[in-house]
Design a protein. Structure first.
Length: 146
C-alpha cells in the first residue's frame, strides 16, 4: 500500500548501506518506491509484520524469457530488521512468493542476485534450495534523469 512507502524506502536505504555501504538518495528512492506501488506491471512488494509492525520485505519484478515462454520473478530488495533475523521472517516471505509463483502458470522460475561478499545471504538462500548459477550480472548505470 502507498501508506507503506516510507517504511519500504527506509528498508531499501538500510539494505543498500548494509550490503554495499551505499547511501541512497531519498529524492530518488522515494519516487521509485511510489512508482512501483502505483504500477503493478513494474512489480510488487511483500511485507512481513509482527504485532502489526513491518519487520521485513521483499520485492518481485518480472523478466520475460523468450527461451521459456514465461516470466522469471526476480526477488529483490530483501530486508529484515536486525532484531528479527534468524527467526524465519525471510523464509516466510520466500515461501509465500514461491507458492504464488508455482500457482501462476506464466511463471517459469524465480531468480535473485546478491552482493558477492554477502556470506549470510548466500547461506540463507542455499538453505532454501537455491543454487548458484553460471550467470554473472553486469551493470551499466546512467546518471539520475530527474
Amino acid at each position: 500500500r502507498l501508506a507503506d512507502a516510507a517504511t519500504i524506502a527506509d528498508f531499501n536505504c538500510r539494505l543498500a548501506w548494509e550490503t554495499e555501504r551505499r547511501k541512497l538518495n531519498p529524492a530518488r528512492i522515494n519516487p521509485g518506491v511510489h512508482a512501483l506501488l502505483r504500477d503493478p506491471a513494474r512489480g510488487i512488494y511483500f511485507l512481513a509484520e509482527v504485532g502489526g509492525v513491518i519487520v521485513g520485505q521483499t520485492m518481485i519484478t518480472y523478466e520475460w524469457s523468450d527461451w521459456r515462454n514465461g516470466n522469471f520473478w526476480w526477488i529483490q530488495s530483501v530486508y529484515v530488521l536486525p532484531a528479527f533475523r534468524q527467526q524465519g521472517v525471510f523464509r516466510g516471505l520466500f515461501n509465500h512468493v514461491h507458492k504464488l509463483a508455482k500457482r501462476d502458470r506464466s511463471v517459469c522460475g524465480l531468480r535473485l542476485y546478491m552482493h558477492a561478499e554477502n556470506a549470510r545471504a548466500r547461506r540463507t538462500y542455499e538453505r532454501l534450495g537455491w543454487r548458484h548459477t553460471e550467470y554473472e550480472i553486469f551493470d551499466l548505470e546512467f546518471a539520475a534523469k530527474r
